[in-house]
Write a protein that binds this ligand. Sequence first.
Ligand SMILES: [Zn+2]
Length: 111
Amino acid sequence: MAEEKEGLVTETCCGCGVVFGMSPAHHARRKYDCDTYYCPNGHGQHFTKPSTDPKDTELVKLRADLATATALAEKLQKELDETRLDLEIWKPSKAGEKLVLMSDQKVGAST
Ligand SMILES: [Zn+2]
């Protein structure tokens, strides 16, 4: 059990029960990296990483899936908008009006 005393963080060895001090920086580093540290009598010990809740893991996966699905939906919407624009360009302006192809026009013909 950690306790801060006169600039040192104290720990109690789980092997022999001796109370010993660590600098706050060293204590924080071992707590972060979960690397092994030793009591004055040489008993190795380490902090354990907090267990991750399976729901948290699932939430992270679901958020990633949602981001992928949103990106795909935006891409498909953009393609749909472009296709609609193409249809607007090629749609006759009036019902029954024929499209006139450039090759059917007498370009440059003199009368
Ligand atoms: Zn010990």
